[in-house]
Design a protein around this ligand. Structure first.
Ligand code: ATP
Ligand code: MG
Length: 420
């Protein structure tokens, strides 16, 4: 192993590609900022209990994937594996739900940690942008979130994604279904692990990817047939609002998702160019979560989109985001006096909001022009002793290759005008 290798299952974001990551985060956040969602940031770790209670002891996330540890002071903490439980905890701590303005709408962006088997699109450190709407039960809110995620992906130019939609029922109808499903599953030929799962979280068995399991699931009772009238009406309204907004979706009665806290609306965004790690984002309604972590009843809905997989989806569709060049002007001084003068000009340009960079280190003209080229700058400013003696700098248009002297005293304004 090389000394400089990042830990297994992680990777670094490095220029110029890191600019794509920033742009993707921006693109996902933009529709949220435009729809009443305020930015929230929570710690990278929490008391482990928040996740074991909130996400659920029986889930893969908590039982297998969580980075849990004890501090020197004896606190039991975990690196956050997901965002929803933390955001709800923070909202409750700050009493946002008591300000008389529900739903509380929040968005976040950050790093998440899961001890998973690393593969393409599955990392131990990954990045999500998420949104939560806390404290309201309204099908329009579920629809809003799905529409905003759809809008975010579309704004990036993505087309080959699909929305899978399901309802998981509520505390009235899901227990009845759960019993029926358990009776069905107990009669099947399944391995030890799966039999245990039947008792703890039978809905997850439906999600089993193995063909020999799927084969036996034919004829399993479907939640759709057990939904109570209230859940049915709610789901129908979500579907109608999506359709009216021109957002297509597929009903997927087997979509259960890996977290215990979901109720009613659940959805996943899948991309068809990603192979087995096809989920680019997912979410749903979690009406019981607040009570699970010790808070009041606060019906809520949210999603999290995976930034890493969204970038893979862009690559799969061959989409190159139009990222403006980071540097507009590059300064190349020839000699000590020119260094001072051009450094001053660069500072002036930067203060005026022009993206400018400078040839540092003792480079010759050739090396400096190479740096200017690499910077992607539209203009290069070159100056030597003779130029300064004449009170000018040479302004080179890097697109046309044309070069002309401009008066030094007026250089910053001239450059700004030409860039405008
Ligand atoms: P999967 O079924 O692929 O494990 P998940 O259901 O565990 O996904 P969520 O908890 O819903 O994923 O997280 C939302 C999104 O975050 C996912 O759709 C995915 O894009 C991304 N994501 C989740 N886990 C990882 C990971 N280990 N590496 C990279 N991205 C991830
Ligand atoms: Mg997972």
């Amino acid at each position: 192993m090389s000394t400089f290798q990042a830990p297994k299952g992680t990777y670094d974001l490095i220029p110029p590609k890191s600019a794509v990551t920033l742009a993707v985060r921006e693109a996902i956040a933009a529709p949220l900022k435009n729809s009443g969602y305020g930015y929230i940031e929570t710690p990278g770790f929490e008391n482990v209990e928040l996740f074991s209670r909130g996400v659920g002891e029986s889930t893969d996330i908590v039982s297998k994937e969580m980075y849990a540890f004890e501090t020197k002071g004896g606190d039991k903490l975990a690196l956050r594996p997901e965002g929803t439980a933390s955001v709800l905890r923070a909202a409750l701590e700050a009493n946002l739900h008591k300000a008389g303005n529900l739903p509380v709408k929040l968005w976040y962006s950050g790093s998440y940690y899961r001890y998973e088997r690393p593969q393409k699109g599955r990392y131990r450190h990954f990045s999500q942008v998420g949104a939560e709407a806390i404290g309201a039960e309204d099908p329009a809110l579920d629809a809003e979130l799905i529409i905003l995620a759809h809008q975010a992906y579309r704004s990036l130019g993505l087309r080959d994604f699909r929305i899978l939609l399901n309802s998981l029922g509520d505390k009235e109808c899901r227990p009845v279904y759960r019993d029926a499903l358990q009776s069905f599953l107990r009669a099947l030929e399944l391995d030890e692990d799966t039999r245990r799962r039947i008792e703890i979280n039978p809905l997850r068995v439906l999600d089993d990817k193995r063909a020999e399991v799927q084969k036996q699931l034919v004829g399993a009772p479907m939640l759709r047939d057990y939904l109570c009238d209230a859940c049915k009406a709610y789901h129908e309204e979500v579907r109608e609002l999506l359709t009216a907004a021109g957002v297509g979706y597929e009903d997927d009665e087997k979509l259960v998702r890996g977290l215990d806290y979901y109720t009613r609306t659940t959805f996943e965004f899948v991309h068809d160019g990603l192979g087995s790690q096809s989920a680019v984002g997912g979410g749903g309604r979690y009406d019981g979560l607040s009570e699970m972590i010790g808070g009041p009843a606060l019906p809520s809905v949210g999603w999290a989109l995976g930034v890493d997989r969204t970038i893979l989806a862009l690559e799969a569709e061959g989409i190159e985001l139009e990222l403006p060049s980071t540097t507009s002007v590059f300064a190349v001084p020839l000699g000590e006096e020119a260094r001072r003068v051009l450094f001053g000009l660069v500072t002036e340009l930067r203060r005026a909001g022009v993206a400018a960079d400078f040839s540092y280190g003792a480079k010759g003209l050739k090396g400096a022009m190479k740096s200017a080229n690499r910077s992607g700058a539209r203009y290069t400013v070159v100056a030597g002793e003779r130029d300064l003696a004449e009170g000018v700098v040479q302004l080179k248009d890097m697109q046309s290759g044309e070069q002309s002297p401009v008066p030094l005293a007026d250089a910053a304004n001239t450059i700004r005008e030409r860039l405008a």
